[in-house]
Design a protein around this ligand. Sequence first.
Ligand code: 1PR
Length: 523
Amino acid sequence: MITLLDYGAGNVRSVINAVEKLGERVVVAGTGRDILNAEKLLFPGVGNFGSMMQILRHKRFVDPLLAFLKSGRPFLGICVGMQALFEGSEESPGEKGLGFFPGRVKRFDVDRAVPHIGWNGISVKQPTDLFFGLDGDEKFYFVHSYHVVADDPGVVLTTTDYGYPFVSAVQKGNLQGTQFHPEKSGASGLTLLENFIRKDRELAIPGKSPSQTRLAKRIIACLDVRANEQGDLVVTKGDQYDVREGGNVRNLGKPVELAGRYFEEGADEVTFLNITGFRDFPLEDMPMMRVLEETSRNVFVPLTIGGGIRDFTDKNGRTYTALEVAAAYFRSGADKISVGSDAVTIAEAYLRGGQKTGQSAIEQISCVYGNQAVVISIDPRRVYVDSPDQTTHPTVETTIPGPGGQRYCWFQCTVKGGREGRDMDAVTLARTCEELGAGEILLNCIDRDGTNTGFDIELINAVKGAVSIPVIASSGAGCEAHFAEVFERTDAESALAAGIFHRREVPIAAVKAYLKGKVEVRL
Ligand code: 1PR
């Protein structure tokens, strides 16, 4: 039996699902005594270091935890759950860590996107049972802005390269911790968890462990979900956001089934967009929560969900906050949430007022769940002009002239699934949301959506050049070469597609096979 320490933030459901999938029972520690009595303790941490330590103190978990760590029984800390073992973190300078290991947690100081999000390798430094049955050249899923700097090199189990080598796992006897998320790292992650659960494996350094590692470009499968005329929740897909054919909503399959298929086929992440979320409030539209719950039982890669994340007052006058909606999504199995229409409203208000209020959905959700959990979904459309002085928005000189031969354009943000254009451009929106605490940009493109004509390279370069958080290129993929093009001609960290995967025109494995040797991918 595994005891899980849940201090109340983020997605512990995935960890429980992964352990249960391996046939083991999980009990959640509710008291310090539960921690002291545990046989094996699993501590998944998500979000902010300081708020985690405050909750541990408030629940009087610190002394039992230290006693457990001294006992020599098996312990596995994940992400911030590993960072907690050290003395403190730059993320929350006033807040002490458990101090079990000497060293501190520092923010990445690199000339590349932070957070470090995605699949990266591990270089194993000492014999361990954790990677038993693995070759050592597998990739694991990371999502973090801070990393451990250990004063005692003897505790370093693995390092990973992101600008420089950082500590990606620690080990001292039975006490182990990983910066990456085994519960989100597909079959390799499940093997690692099984090794922790069984604790009867040989110690070894896996044969193919590399001395240097590389972050892979991610291939993401996206499922646009809504109810059809019969009231069934279906995966649909539009052409330039029009999802109807012959008056009916196109039905391309069932969300849970399709997500399971994409996991099996090697998707690096799965994204659900509840595309009518702007009018159907998610907490009244519970089927979407069930889709997430069911999906997360069998899909062990990161899940993002978007649609309807905003403050809302129902017809009885009850008010819900965007944070409550996000919390419900996280509890149901989401690792990241994506904010679409509301992000535009928030950015408009911030630019008008000129000051952060701490009250916006982006600020509140990133404060509680961490920046890495907040994705901004942008739905832009080109607006052509003859010259840059015809608009106050930043323009690009385009190689695809407008209908009247215009040589410049800007990228207008829309809300409500493309129905309403706003006086806001994608570049400003992305930059503003990063300032407010967003951790990633999902950059759609209405002009390219469903057209199979390739990604809008000019749009992606314009936005990517304005932010230092990762960007997901979306809309327009029609063949394998389009993915190579977007990674060769832009610095986007990942590429997302929908239609070609749903219609089985191009399998995910074919995309990765095509990219192999051109860009780093997880095979
Ligand atoms: O505004 O916070 O409630 O969120 C609603 C979410 O739903 C937004 O993220 C918005 O992008 C999305 N959405 C709303 N309406 C539509 C629609 O299609 N009518 N879908 C919609 C957005 C774009 C991508 C699509 C890619 C790749 N769809 O999700 O998957 O364009 O497609 P392709 O590979 O087939 O070209 P809120």
